[in-house]
Design a protein around this ligand. Sequence first.
Ligand code: HEC
Ligand code: HEC
Length: 225
Amino acid sequence: MTDRFMPHAWLQCLLVTVLVMPFTSGMAAEAGKNRDRDAMQAEMKAILADPARTADASASGAERGAICAYCHGSDGISKKGWLPNLAGQSAEFILDQNLAYAVGDRVNNVMNDLAASMTDAELINLSVYYAVQAPERIEPELTGKDLTVGENFYKGTCTRCHGEDGRGKKGYTWIAGQKQEYVRRALARYRDREGGRMDEEMAEVTANITDQLIDNLAAYIATLH
Ligand code: HEC
Ligand code: HEC
């Protein structure tokens, strides 16, 4: 398996049909939705507290992640600006989002099928693997963006949860090293309350912001590391 991203819709369909369907058919799909989130987070925390178990989990995650590499890259640095980086994000956040996809709380066809097809242990191992990868050092795209406006708004509104450096208070909401285009789209989706992802806090803080401000914010966030 190469880790080249395949952009065409039909190739994605093929990927899903060939690699995912066998796992999601029948009983497996039902089992995939029944998860104990708290127990899984506790189990992952115990693994991360133990270097030997972290290394084992990461090695298993790397192996299972061959399929994820098509889009998110073998090292968790994604292939396109609109695909999220996973490298260096908080393990707790990655597992939480994988679980949201697995049970259908966050909607994206590819991610829903893939996450549901994974066992609890596989989702934990994948989350550990990506969290321990080095985050991307983003080259911000600054044409037409006003970094000062982005910075002022970020510092006034976002730091209380995401931290001055974008590494998140308590790590959960780590956004430093995330792709600029993905961040731009994510902010617009929270604001517009559409796109299969709802978060009340994020919808509130983005409720009245313009597209231009979103561009400036995404550019500023791209400078954080
Ligand atoms: C065919 C492309 C594709 C493949 C393969 C894929 N993903 Fe994704 N992934 C996406 C897209 C697109 C999104 C963003 C969707 C959205 O906005 O909800 C995403 C989002 C995510 C997110 C949320 C990141 C964030 O910052 O919110 C996680 C975690 C994730 N994927 C993990 C995985 C894992 C683990 C695998 C392998 C089991 C995988 N993905 C395979 C396309 C893919
Ligand atoms: C009250 C806490 C809080 C504040 C304030 C806040 N956020 Fe968030 N943010 C969160 C949480 C929690 C999530 C994860 C939500 C989810 O699961 O979709 C999140 C998610 C995000 C994401 C998506 C990350 C990803 O990888 O998918 C981006 C981008 C983001 N926030 C940017 C911002 C910006 C920019 C601001 C300021 C305008 C801001 N946030 C203010 C709590 C907050």
